[in-house]
Design a protein around this ligand. Structure first.
Ligand code: NDP
Ligand code: GDR
Length: 371
């Protein structure tokens, strides 16, 4: 039985990857952070009581800022594979907490690689680094491949660039099986609520059920290559099953704008929108509605506006990946389209919104966090 250690197991990707590895018969260990509220909602369904004999799922308290903790966990677990998914992963937030982002995302990666070296696991432990299309930032060529030059545009991307190169460096210097998955945006119903796709599907669902009135967004012209997290974690595992470590771009090869994602989500919720105005004055008005699906929405309602608060100091306008290498060398093909993913997310968020609406209709005080 193989043993895997996942940092960021409580996040979107960590939860899907843990499911996949358990299915494949792995013993899965994950690092969770101490927090004042439970933060394991995404993995609670695969939690196994540690008192059960032969339990294959274990969580350890830890943090990527704490070297001694990482060394101790690594020593205890003796992993065959480490998946470093833990990060302060929000690009906009990285402008607010740049030093912390560098500590976790850049130095955290170094700390894990050093732990492998310190324990003499160079030949035993394979290492996956969650690299990102944000490395391309101000894009130098379209579409982006493994050889496209980097030009990061945020403290997050700069920190991830350090992590990318330190993984390459430890591969070249110490022969560690370390590789970078340069993943383009990937989403799911488990996506954090403040990333744009989930923010959109959740707000549209809430609006359709009368829980929210208006969705406020930043740059709606931004273009992204959006895939489904389930497809992408499969590729993370595949990258560690090769004889030699290599870096791969993981993407769908198709892009749409934030505005198009709003249109898709609204359509799923039975709402047709018309966009008017430009820049900070842009709005979207309801032009037709299926009232069985969206009982709280009326024709003429303005349900999307721009709030400059969501503009970033430096923006990444367009990202489009070329996954040819992953397809040719590993046989990886994404199975879920952006339309299917959007439908899954809207359905999930509509279900949640209906629960809230039901509580509200019975006099419960329902407040829904938004950003
Ligand atoms: P999430 O934000 O959903 O999850 C991040 C995880 O990292 C959470 O488990 C979080 O814990 C944990 N974490 C945050 N800070 C620390 C810390 N100091 N020490 C230990 N753990 C920490 O991200 P995703 O699952 O979407 O992404 C996984 C990885 O892939 C990240 O590294 C991200 O930067 C990268 N990536 C993501 C892409 C995407 O589109 N999703 C694309 C390309 C790269 P907690 O739950 O307690 O907050
Ligand atoms: P991104 O994802 O920055 O690409 O990073 P995000 O969903 O936050 O933004 C995508 C694009 O949408 C624009 N946008 C908004 N974004 C947010 N969050 N909120 C808004 O209201 C809004 N309005 C417009 C953004 O400006 C941007 O252009 C994600 C993260 O998962 C990273 O960890 C990962 O490395 C990259 O994807 C690939």
């Amino acid at each position: 039985m193989k043993t895997a250690l996942i940092t960021g197991i409580t996040g979107q990707d960590g939860s899907y990857l843990a499911e996949l590895l358990l299915e494949k018969g792995y013993e899965v260990h994950g690092i969770k952070r101490r927090s004042s509220l439970f933060n394991t909602a995404r993995v609670d369904h695969i939690y196994q009581d540690p008192h059960i004999e032969n339990s294959r799922f274990h969580l350890h308290y830890g943090d990527l800022t704490d070297s001694s903790n990482l060394i101790r966990i690594m020593k205890e677990v003796e992993p065959d594979e480490v998946y470093n998914l833990g990060a302060q992963s929000h690009v906009a937030v990285s402008f607010e907490v740049p030093e912390y982002t560098a500590d976790v995302d850049a130095l955290g990666t170094l700390r894990l690689l050093e732990a492998i070296r310190f324990l003499g696991f160079e030949k035993k432990t394979k290492f996956y680094q969650a690299s990102t299309s944000e490395l391309y930032g101000e894009v130098q060529e379209i579409p982006q491949t493994e050889t496209t030059p980097f030009h990061p545009r945020s403290p997050y991307a700069v920190a991830k660039m350090y992590a990318y190169w330190i993984a390459v460096n430890y591969r070249e210097s110490y022969g560690i099986y370390a590789c970078n998955g340069i993943l383009f945006n990937h989403e799911s119903p488990r996506r954090g609520e403040t990333f744009v796709t989930r923010k959109i599907t959740r707000a549209i669902a809430n609006i359709s059920q009368g829980i929210e009135k208006c969705l406020y967004l930043g740059n709606m012209d931004a273009l992204r290559d959006w895939g489904h997290a389930k497809d992408y974690v499969r590729m993370q595992w595949m990258m560690l099953q090769q004889d030699t470590p290599e870096d791969f771009v993981i993407a769908t090869g198709k892009q749409i704008s934030v505005r198009q994602f709003v249109t898709l989500s609204a359509k799923e919720a039975g709402i047709e929108l018309e966009f008017k105005g430009e820049g900070v004055d842009e709005t979207a008005t309801v032009v037709s509605v299926d009232s069985a699906k969206a009982p709280s929405v009326n024709v003429g309602d303005v349900i999307v506006k721009v709030d400059p608060r969501y503009f970033r100091p430096a923006e990444v306008e367009t990202l489009l990946g070329d996954p040819t290498k992953a397809k040719e060398k590993l046989g990886w093909v994404p199975e879920i389209t952006v339309e299917e993913m959007c439908a899954e997310m809207v359905a999930y968020d509509t279900d949640q919104a209906k629960r809230h609406a039901l509580l509200k209709s019975h006099g419960h005080d329902v407040s829904v966090a938004t950003e």
